[in-house]
Design a protein. Structure first.
Lengths: 223, 100
């Protein structure tokens, strides 16, 4: 990815990682083909200007505001609802909300991949805009069918979905039902925290933790 | 150095907290202003890295909340004494995990 016009210096490894994430969006996935994966990313961007989401965010309960998101008609309505909820009101998502998506026909594995795509695109787009650029253009989709990959090496850890059976922390296990989704997300996230032994930042550890904590609080994330 | 204005006594904490919040809320006009302040006070690379961390956590918080993961047992035990005090528990009400 080209950060040459950014208002701040961006290390080559960051540009390479974010470029790889964009390229991965355009490849066939486990439960979505490449065109649908790119539609999910595009819908995540479109959700930034969703009036219904704004109204839901202002209400005490998101369920108090009826209506349908005007999303990409090529995506299932449950997928559009999921994208908007994850992008715009993640702190108030509930098991009941998730169950309704599944009842609408969204397969759990497809949901996991959608979560990875949505959250990965949030990382890449937020950083690009943070350093003064527009969200990067999306590549053309590659041909091919989904692999319908599903891990059997999972366990119930009290989450809405089974997590990877092994892992140092629940967040690292969270997308384990679909290993390629887990890989996609943590390849995008990996440079944003101490995920690698050689991770270095030009701010100190306590400053990194302060930034992380502040973002978690803004997003009303308990984890 | 840190101060007593809610920055956790972390060096340049107030600026970093403001930058993190502006990034997380996608208020990019505010980010642009804070970016300039960051360049002047922290340096360009440090400001870039702060935005990188904020962008990453803007994504990973969504994964945690969209999968409905629980707090790790070790973390829960270590933080039990202060989670309620600082309000984090309010982000994990029982209905988050309650089936219909």
């Amino acid at each position: 990815m080209d950060y040459a016009a950014a208002q701040l210096p961006v290390a080559r490894r960051i540009a390479d990682a974010h470029g790889a994430t964009l390229a991965a969006f355009a490849k066939p996935g486990a439960w979505w083909d490449a065109a649908d994966r790119l539609r999910i990313v595009a819908e995540t961007r479109r959700a930034a200007d969703c009036a219904l989401c704004d109204a839901k965010a202002e209400a005490l309960s998101a369920n108090a505001v009826p209506g349908e998101h005007r999303g990409d008609v090529e995506l299932p309505p449950a997928a559009v609802d999921a994208i908007h909820g994850i992008r715009n009101d993640s702190g108030r998502l509930t098991r009941r909300w998730f169950d309704e998506l599944i009842d609408m026909g969204l397969q759990p594995e497809a949901y996991v991949e959608l979560v990875a795509l949505t959250a990965s695109s949030v990382i890449v787009d937020t950083f690009a805009q943070g350093v003064g650029l527009e969200p990067p253009p999306l590549p053309e989709p590659e041909a091919g069918a989904p692999s319908f990959e599903r891990s059997e090496d999972v366990a119930d850890a009290g989450a809405w979905l089974p997590l990877a059976a092994e892992g140092r922390a629940n967040i690292l296990r969270s997308l384990g039902l679909v290993p390629s989704a887990l890989e996609l997300f943590f390849d995008a996230f990996g440079n944003s925290y101490y995920m690698h032994a050689d991770a270095e930042f030009a701010i100190g550890r306590r400053q990194v933790e302060l930034v992380a904590s502040r973002v978690s609080a803004v997003n009303e994330c308990f984890y | 150095m840190g101060s007593a204005d809610g920055d956790g006594n972390v060096p340049d904490g107030a600026l970093l907290a403001a930058l993190a919040e502006a990034v997380a809320r996608w208020r990019f006009e505010e980010v642009a202003s804070l970016r300039e302040e960051g360049i002047a006070r922290l340096g360009a690379q440090a400001t870039s890295d702060a935005i990188l961390v904020a962008a990453g956590f803007n994504g990973i918080t969504r994964v945690a909340d969209a999968i409905g993961i629980r707090l790790d047992a070790r973390t829960a035990a270590a933080s039990d004494a202060w989670r309620g005090q600082i309000g984090i528990d309010a982000f994990a009400p029982p209905e988050k995990w309650a089936a219909a």
